[in-house]
Design a binder for this molecule. Structure first.
Ligand code: OGA
Ligand code: MN
Length: 297
């Protein structure tokens, strides 16, 4: 095995965001390779692989090395017409069913702008996401970075009193909250039912490394037992703390990059790009084994 993993920025972020090389992950992995990649994820939280020419089937096969795949039920149009064939593929593009750039006022486009707020994937599902794997099929000529924040470092750098205050808090997460922040409230009754709030612990302990992290997302809109404005103000302060530049890696995409991240230990957000250009990214998502409530019990 010639896989090697090194920090992308060894000076300012030696423990967060690694670059993997010496491996073709589009072909079947052996057990040793899968274990080495999982160990790299535990250490770095984010791994970047360059020049991996995935199709959807190969991307799903690689992703399954790390657990069961989620269904893409967080997509606004999951039950309607979909551009991507498999129900396990999240369509992170700005394209319609005919591969044309979505109109500025398209409901799908406006919903997807929610990805530009800091979040952790599927925190709005009772059993949230473990790893996300994003494959860059077509990228715009400029912009469109994805930024990642290290939520372990964010937790570890809190004052002890604040750590203690956070320790047993439980938040409610929903896509209804994150979209409402942007003024997107155009939900059907069916959407409202599907996106009903779920409970998540604010502090979680990583099942492999034992490191604690802050589990935050734009989807978090309430804290159990707290008045809503007080909860939202408190969560905003925590997000502001956690997303200081010293905790952030900004990924500038090359075509055929595959970036994978651990949603239990990071947040991420998309950055803007020229709106008439195509950006076509395909995401697979590995589910956690249990809810954060069960994890803590
Ligand atoms: C995602 C996501 C960010 C981006 O795929 O989950 O948030 O830059 N993507 O597209
Ligand atoms: Mn995301």
């Amino acid at each position: 095995m010639s896989l090697s993993i090194n920090p992308i920025d060894p000076v300012s972020r030696p423990f967060f965001a690694g670059e993997a090389s010496g491996i073709d992950i589009t072909r079947p992995l052996n057990r040793e390779e899968a274990a080495a990649i999982e160990a790299g994820m535990d250490q770095y939280g984010v791994l970047v692989f360059h020049d991996q020419r995935f199709d959807d089937n190969a991307q799903m096969a690689f992703s399954r090395s790390f657990g069961d795949l989620e269904l893409a039920t967080g997509d606004l149009n999951f039950h309607k017409g979909r551009r991507l064939e498999s129900a396990h593929m999240n369509d992170i593009s700005n394209l319609d069913l005919d591969n044309q750039v979505l109109a500025r006022d398209s409901r799908r486009r406006l919903f997807s702008l929610g990805n530009r707020m800091w979040h952790s994937d599927s925190s709005f599902k009772e059993v949230p996401a473990k790893f996300s794997l994003l494959s860059a099929r077509i990228i715009p000529s400029a912009g469109g970075n994805t930024e990642f924040a290290d939520m372990r470092a964010a937790y570890e750098s809190l004052e002890d009193e604040l750590k203690a205050e956070c320790e047993d808090l439980v938040c409610e997460h929903s896509q209804l909250y994150s979209r409402a922040v942007l003024g997107f409230t155009d939900f059907t009754d069916d959407d409202r039912e599907r996106f009903k709030p779920v409970q998540q612990r604010l502090v979680r302990r990583h099942p492999s490394t034992g490191r604690k992290s802050l589990y935050l997302a734009s989807h978090a809109g309430a804290i159990l037992g707290w008045p809503v404005p007080e909860a939202r103000q408190f969560l905003r302060d925590l997000v502001e703390h956690a997303t200081q530049r010293k905790f952030v890696y900004s990924h500038a995409w090359k075509q055929f990059d595959l970036v994978m991240w651990d949603n239990r230990a990071t947040m991420h957000r998309a950055r803007p790009f020229p709106s008439m250009e195509v950006r076509d990214m395909h995401r697979t998502t590995v589910a956690c084994e249990r809810s954060t409530m069960a994890e803590a019990a």
